[in-house]
Design a protein around this ligand. Structure first.
Ligand code: GDP
Length: 177
């Protein structure tokens, strides 16, 4: 059953962005279906997934969009950003370059999205602690400077995945409801 027979009060579109292979698809799979696929590309071509949740006694349908690989060709289009009220900027904490690219992604996002969009910076793969290449403080500093929420996650171990989606959706609700 799931979503049927539910009166939906709000639908919120949230987009995932960031370099290829940082774990966007797996974060979404973990949040929407509580799955993690080691062979990740099963979901290629899927545009978005939904999950319905209750915040403040309201039924909220989160529509979370995944780039489905478009970012590899620098071809994330303006249609992708259209109507988004939230964005998750994901880097891989074991790949410094994916963090260094966050400024570029943020610029692209701000160029396309609504000015009230809620943005969360996410350092994924925190299960790989011994391979960390991005200190938490660097990310915190960037997030503070750019006025972003920030969290470290592991889609593999489920760490903070539910929390980060709930945090951004609650803030989106606060702003848009
Ligand atoms: P995307 O290109 O950003 O959508 O990245 P994917 O979700 O396809 O993940 C890229 C690779 O990283 C895959 O091999 C995943 O299994 C792996 N991966 C994703 N999230 C995690 C995580 O939290 N921890 C670890 N160790 N690996 C992850």
């Amino acid at each position: 059953y799931g979503d049927y027979n539910l009166k939906i009060d709000y639908v919120f579109k949230v987009v995932l962005i960031g370099d290829s292979a940082v774990g966007k698809t797996q974060l979404l799979a973990r949040f929407a279906r509580n799955e993690f696929n080691v062979d990740s590309k099963a979901t290629i071509g899927v545009e978005f997934q939904t999950k319905t949740l209750i915040i403040d006694n309201k039924t909220i349908k989160a529509q979370i969009w995944d780039t489905a690989g478009q970012e590899r060709y620098r071809a994330v289009t303006s249609a992708y950003y259209r109507g988004a009220v939230g964005a998750m900027l994901v880097y891989d904490m074991t790949k410094r370059q994916s963090f260094d690219h966050m400024a570029r992604w943020l610029e692209e996002l701000r160029g396309h999205a609504d000015k009230n969009i809620v943005i969360m910076l996410i350092g994924n793969k925190c299960d790989l602690a011994s391979l960390r290449a991005v200190p938490t403080e660097d990310a915190e500093e960037f997030a503070q400077r750019e006025n972003l929420f920030f969290m470290e996650t592991s889609a593999l171990e489920s760490t903070n995945v539910e929390t980060c989606f709930l945090t951004i959706l609650t803030e989106i609700y606060r702003i848009n409801a």
